[in-house]
Design a protein around this ligand. Structure first.
Ligand code: BV8
Ligand code: ZN
Length: 251
């Protein structure tokens, strides 16, 4: 493992262009349950019961109950060392893109700036009638929140299963994977598409691809490096003590 970490750290230090894809595992150490792990969110619910447009059409109150519960929970949580270390790497590497499947907004709070939110953001709400989009960090939006300007029903500003990702964001993510020299896939079960395919876009573009996860995933066999461990421990080790001209020495 030591060898692999040092090998990956050296590759990062030499790279001009690095792309990272994160999943729920990066926020796990902040106390936010993952989707499919032992304490998985979906354990009690079927994703199809809640995170789909059909579910929202059928029972918007139940879907809002789920999202209000998550907003309330996430709103009480802080970034963890994985988020902070990724923000530090962004300051050390000339072209750094952070692609996240997470909707919790913790990468922004940790100081990351070049973020592509593939699946939206739980603090964003959009009107189903006039399509107005607002950011609202109140923990609870009410059972059936209504749009201030048109009275239409609001929905969470996230991408549900069966919904297309924002094409502009997805295209930026694909470009960042195609053109990078190193890609890290951190804390994702690599089940959800099209996010799970991004690592292979990077690989076909000639990048070294590393996976950081507590356990192996369906993508592990195709990775160049697999680091088994907690993101909150592994990523800070990769970002520590670069001590060269790139190191702004922040934090
Ligand atoms: C779409 C927002 C086109 C809502 C989410 C092939 C091609 C295209 C589409 C599909 C396809 N096959 C199937 C599909 C459909 C579907 C899909 O992928 N289904 C899956 C279930 C098979 N995809 C879609 O519908 C996507 N849309 O492709 O549009 C289209 C249009 C119409 C019809 C068809 C296609 C939209 C997908 C987006 C869904 N929205 N979230 C919300 O959050 O409420 S997905 C949801 O899962 C979250 O965003 C989450 O981030 C994401 C992925 O989960 P992970 O992040 O990986 O989390 P998970 O719990 O699974 O894993 C955590 C990992 O962390 C584990 O590996 C664990 O070991 C590790 N871990 C835990 N602790 C730690 C750790 N690692 C390190 N350290 C730790 N401490
Ligand atoms: Zn409206």
């Amino acid at each position: 493992m030591e060898m692999a970490i040092n090998e990956l750290k050296e590759a990062l230090q030499k790279a001009e262009r690095v792309t990272v894809l994160t999943g729920a595992g990066v926020s796990a150490e902040s106390g936010i349950p993952t989707f499919r792990g032992a304490d998985g969110l979906w354990k009690n619910y079927q994703a199809t019961d809640l995170a789909t447009p059909e579910a929202f059409a059928r029972d918007p109150e139940l879907v809002w109950e789920f999202y209000n519960w998550r907003r309330d929970l996430i709103g009480q949580k802080a970034c963890n060392p994985a988020h902070t270390a990724l923000a530090r790497l962004e300051g050390l590497i000339p072209h750094f893109t952070l692609i996240t499947q997470n909707v919790d907004g913790l990468h922004l709070l940790a100081g990351s700036r070049h973020i592509l939110e593939l699946h939206g953001n739980i603090w964003r709400v959009q009107c189903t009638q006039c399509h107005a989009v607002t950011m609202d960090r109140s923990p609870h939006m009410g059972n059936l929140p209504r749009c201030r300007s048109c009275g239409g029903l609001l929905r969470p500003g996230v991408v549900w299963f069966g919904e297309s990702l924002d094409p502009d964001i997805l295209n930026q993510a694909i470009a960042a994977c195609r053109n990078c020299q190193v890609m890290m896939v951190i804390g994702t079960s690599s089940v959800v598409q099209p996010a799970a395919s991004l690592a292979f876009t990077a690989k076909s573009g000639g990048a070294r691809v590393a996976e950081i996860n507590l356990e192996r995933t369906p993508s592990s066999d195709r990775m160049d490096v697999v680091l088994l461990g907690k993101a909150g421990e592994m990523v800070p080790r990769l970002a520590a003590g670069w001590g060269n001209s790139r190191d702004q020495g922040a934090g």
